[in-house]
Write a protein that binds this ligand. Structure first.
Ligand SMILES: C[S@@+](CC[C@H](N)C(=O)[O-])C[C@H]1O[C@@H](n2cnc3c(N)ncnc32)[C@H](O)[C@@H]1O
Length: 208
């Protein structure tokens, strides 16, 4: 069923919120170890396109939102790296086993309904030893912030397209066949009131 908020408004709001210099630095670091053919889940409006490093030869973009794909058009067309849309759901990738060299997820594991299933799919399509770069918001170690994350989670899901505030991103990744090699966790700079939205997991993992 069509939902104008999720279909038209949210992709534009998301682009506005996530297109800034602070987040661009996180994106650059999350993408820095990617090489070869990359699968990017939750491609959104293509805000990672400018930060793909030199060794990337092709990007397979998975994105269910038609509005986000439209917003991405200029970035995709301006890219020197070929970008091909494939599939609409990170939980079911239409790609062969062990076919990709790297994968990328930025602010997406919060929203995919079964993030574990999406990680299992990335594990399936990545070659052994392949790299998974990520920057995600998730569960804070601070009990006071965590309490608010749990309290606000249902409302957040309703207004933010299914986004969860309280997923333990590092544990999800390691529980699905990846070894995390680099991980930084920190509270994003900003007002204390925004803390439930701002606990960041930024890093790189290897497919076991
Ligand atoms: C918060 S946005 C982040 C977009 C982009 N990765 C970025 O960093 O700007 C989350 C994205 O995940 C997408 N998404 C939602 N459900 C998904 C699914 N099942 N599989 C793949 N992507 C999904 C949304 O459409 C949206 O573009």
């Amino acid at each position: 069923m069509r939902n104008p908020w999720n279909d038209y408004v949210l992709p534009r709001m998301t682009e506005r919120l996530l297109d800034n210099r602070t987040v661009a630095v996180y994106r650059t670091r999350a993408a820095s170890n990617l090489t070869g053919e990359v699968v990017e889940i939750g491609f959104g409006s293509g805000l990672n396109v400018p930060v793909y490093p030199e060794g990337v030869t092709k990007v397979v973009a998975v994105e269910p939102s038609l509005t986000a794909r439209k917003l991405a058009r200029e970035r995709v067309e301006a890219s020197n790296i070929p970008i091909e849309f494939s599939g609409l759901d990170g939980q079911h990738l239409p790609l062969p086993d062990a076919s990709a060299d790297s994968a990328l997820s930025t602010f997406t594991l919060c929203t995919i309904p079964d993030a574990g299933q999406a990680l299992a799919e990335l594990h399936r399509v990545l070659k052994p030893g392949g790299t998974f770069g990520f920057v995600e918001h998730g569960l804070s170690p601070d009990p006071a912030i965590r309490r608010w994350q749990n309290r606000l989670n249902t409302t957040q899901q309703l207004i933010a397209g299914g986004c969860n505030l309280n997923r333990g991103i590092d544990q999800l990744i390691t529980a699905h066949g990846f070894t995390i090699n680099q991980l930084e966790t920190f509270e994003m700079p900003g007002p204390k009131l925004a803390a439930p939205w701002g606990y960041i997991y930024l890093g790189s993992a290897t497919r076991n």
